[in-house]
Design a protein around this ligand. Sequence first.
Ligand code: FES
Length: 116
Amino acid sequence: MKTDKKNKSLRYPLKNIPDGTAKGFEITDENARFSIFIARNGSSVFAYENSCPHTGSPLDWVPDQFFCKDGKNLMCATHGAIFEVDTGLCIDGPCIGDSLRSLEANILEGEVVITF
Ligand code: FES
């Protein structure tokens, strides 16, 4: 992982995130510390703050375990909220209709670039 604090970005090799998996990161800058994760769905990547809209707890109870068993949606381990991987919208569970906070995610030269 490479972070660029001036431009507030993170770069991570796409090949290290297999299709249907996700990877979490702790970001520390001069003012704050927060968690994010990158989820891969085919050739697309999506990045979200690792904070459930229900109570603010992290989604993963095991590091990097963000997907449901079906590999199609994301799940919060605390109370089981289900989120669409491509939108972050909660489609089932205690915060239905709420959304994860998304971050800009792009793929450049084989690396995922997250702007935060
Ligand atoms: S904290 Fe995520 S569903 Fe309750």
